[in-house]
Design a protein around this ligand. Structure first.
Ligand code: AHR
Length: 629
């Protein structure tokens, strides 16, 4: 392997080269990154896959002791459904309530993870014309073991109007499969709405589950694309993500059915929270907006798609410009003031807006795109507008700052796509490869070989970073209890998580953003399974500079490689260098909750690092050498 590290042949890799794409798929947000523990907090859930609009709430008691239903008497205009509990039993009457009382419980998203000594913030809205004694408790999944509880009492009429109650619960024990119970032994009618339980300590205090947000932060993502994907579009337009319905107080958000992936979301993780997450991660937000079309084309064929015509797209265009004002406008602007009222008077740095997801072929896409482009540029000339069409369609009369590329393919094809951009025209807009993944048989639920193929693809993107500006894998998260898409980079349930091999693979690329790329070439006969890249990067903590050489061996042979580095101003220091290897005993190996680190990087010091080095590259491996300069 010859590495030419001379300054005259070096090139800067874009600052935002590697980021993440967050889609509300697989319960990535609702029941995942968003730390709300109650599923369907507002009793609004609806849609073809939801058995009732109180699902997954269940009843404690029988018909002779309690009748539970919903009506539309909530104090929230946008989400009018409230839970109505008519308690027929009473501890003082002839119809005695069972011990522990009657009521409802919520199992959360496949069990709530309640931890000993951790404090949980509870909020709920209540109304009743009767005297109330309602016990709110966190319990084991069968309700028998109490972890924490609080009783709300009120005299007759005290809750005649909707009243918001907030308090904290501190758990005495840990139980990863807990539930929230609301029980009473007093007859009367109680209405409840917007029942929420959240850990009081979330990532940066902004509502994100700490362990999962930390996994994202560890990738040092330079951009965050959100909210989808198909989720952004909806299978039907009425179920698309509409930013303005996801901002303001959580209780007032209507929520919506995520029909692309088959579940309800309360939209606690809304437009504001996505922008906040990007800020917390030090990443640039890339907002994907609905361009007036739905996903139906993917499901039912082109003839049945839903699409807003260019003649009638104006209100959606205005909605997007308003959304940018929400993110960037001063605190006195119409929408900036809404953001300021949510606790963020400073504008967010929103510099990228992606028009649609993957609808270039649709009848009105190009006409609609032009309307979005002109309106955004007129109001915010510096915003980078991303087209869903390929580079060949972009011209001065159909301009775009970036064009979006999605690549889903087998591992062998992904490996060969290391050269996908080698012959791309060097002028014109650059690509954002915002979704890429190995899919199919050898991808499993996240195999080593899939990660290696993706690594080879990324090596190709680094080499072509004069025509590729940004890249992110897809999907990012899966809640193991509701896997709608495989593979995904991070797997979790209510209390555990692990990174798939491709999550660990991404760590090999996190120093590349803004680094210096150096050309390299491999001379090897009769083995075409090896690709390599070389960069120099600076450790921001101690300011040390490293030459990082990455080697992807996609084949089953170990390779003895001589590395020869030329063109360095100063040589490689003999100590202070390290080697990191991602490999395993078999190419189809995966991580799991039982073996979360089966396929994970292992680092060791490199002795006698030098401009001329002989190294042994393991079969099916990704290796990096960080050589101290
Ligand atoms: O990443 C999963 C899906 O794949 C996305 O929602 C869509 O954009 C793509 O087809």
């Amino acid at each position: 392997l010859n590495v030419d590290a001379s300054p005259q042949n070096a090139r800067k890799i874009p600052d935002k080269m590697f980021g993440i794409f967050f889609e509300e798929i697989n319960h990535a947000g609702a029941g995942g990154l968003w730390a709300e523990l109650v599923s369907n907090r507002g009793f609004e859930a609806g849609g073809p896959n939801t058995p009732s609009n109180i699902d997954p709430w269940l009843i404690i008691g029988n018909e002779s002791s309690i009748i539970v239903g919903t009506d539309r008497t909530s104090c929230f205009e946008q989400n009018p459904v409230a839970l109505r509990m008519e308690v027929l039993c009473d501890s003082k009457g002839t119809n005695n309530c069972p011990s522990g009382g009657v009521g409802v419980y919520n199992p959360g998203y496949w069990g709530m993870n309640i931890e000993r000594r951790r404090v949980y913030k509870v909020g709920l809205h209540i109304r009743s014309s009767d005297a109330v004694s309602l016990t709110v408790s966190l319990t084991s999944s069968d309700g028998l073991q109490k972890l924490a509880s609080h009783t709300i009492t009120a005299s007759k009429k005290q809750f005649a109007k909707w009243t918001k109650i907030e308090f904290h619960l501190k758990s005495s024990q840990t139980n990863t499969n807990s539930r929230l119970q609301l029980t009473t032994s007093k007859s009367g009618v109680i209405w409840l709405d917007q029942v929420s339980v959240m850990p009081s300590d979330t990532y940066m205090g902004h509502g994100f589950r700490k362990d999962l947000a930390s996994m994202l932060a560890n990738l040092k993502p330079q951009f965050l694309k959100f909210p989808g994907g198909n989720y952004a579009m909806g299978n039907y337009l009425r179920n698309a993500f509409r930013w303005s319905e996801t901002v303001g107080p959580w209780e007032e958000r209507p929520g919506h059915f995520n029909d692309a992936w088959g579940y309800w979301t309360d939209d606690g993780l809304g437009f504001f929270e996505f922008l906040q997450l990007a800020e917390d991660l030090g990443a640039s937000p890339v907002w994907v907006v609905n361009d007036g079309s739905s996903n139906l084309h993917g499901l039912l064929g082109a003839s049945q798609n839903e699409e807003v015509s260019t003649a009638t797209i104006a209100s959606l265009v205005k909605d997007v410009v308003d959304g940018i004002e929400f993110a960037r406008g001063g605190p006195k602007t119409t929408w900036g003031s809404v953001r300021a009222a949510m606790g963020h008077p400073q504008p967010f740095n929103l510099d990228y807006v992606s028009i649609g997801n993957q609808e270039c072929w649709m009848l009105y896409y190009r006409g609609n795109y032009q309307k979005f482009y002109s309106a955004i540029k007129a109001a915010y000339p510096d915003i980078n507008v991303v087209s869903s069409c390929d580079k060949s369609t972009i011209s001065p009369s159909n301009p775009a700052d970036l064009y979006d590329v999605h690549v889903y393919t087998s591992s062998s094809d992904m490996f060969s796509r290391t050269s996908m951009f080698d012959n791309t025209t060097r002028s014109g807009p650059k690509a954002i490869v915002s979704e890429y993944a190995v899919t199919g048989k050898d991808a499993g639920k996240g195999t080593l070989v899939a990660a290696l193929a993706e690594a080879a693809f990324l090596v190709g993107l680094e080499r072509n970073s004069d025509v590729v500006e940004m890249a992110s894998c897809a999907p990012l998260f899966v809640n193991d209890n509701d896997r709608r898409w495989s593979p995904d980079a991070i797997v979790f349930n209510s209390w555990q998580n692990y990174g798939c091999p491709n999550y660990w693979m991404l760590h090999f690329f996190k120093d590349s953003c803004g680094a210096t790329f150096h050309p390299s070439n491999i001379q090897i006969s009769s083995y075409n399974q090896l690709v390599a890249s070389a960069i120099t990067w600076q450790n921001s903590k101690d300011k040390s500079t490293y030459l990082k050489i990455k080697l992807v061996n996609f084949g089953n042979q170990a390779v003895n490689l001589s590395i020869s580095v030329s063109g360095l101003d100063e040589g490689i220091k003999s100590s202070g260098s390290k080697k990191t290897v991602l490999t395993s005993s078999g190419p189809l190996d995966e991580n799991s909750f039982q073996q979360p680190q089966k396929v994970a990087p292992v680092s060791s010091p490199v002795d006698n690092a030098n401009e001329q080095m002989g190294v042994l590259v393991d079969p099916y491996s990704l290796t990096s050498f960080d050589l101290l300069l």
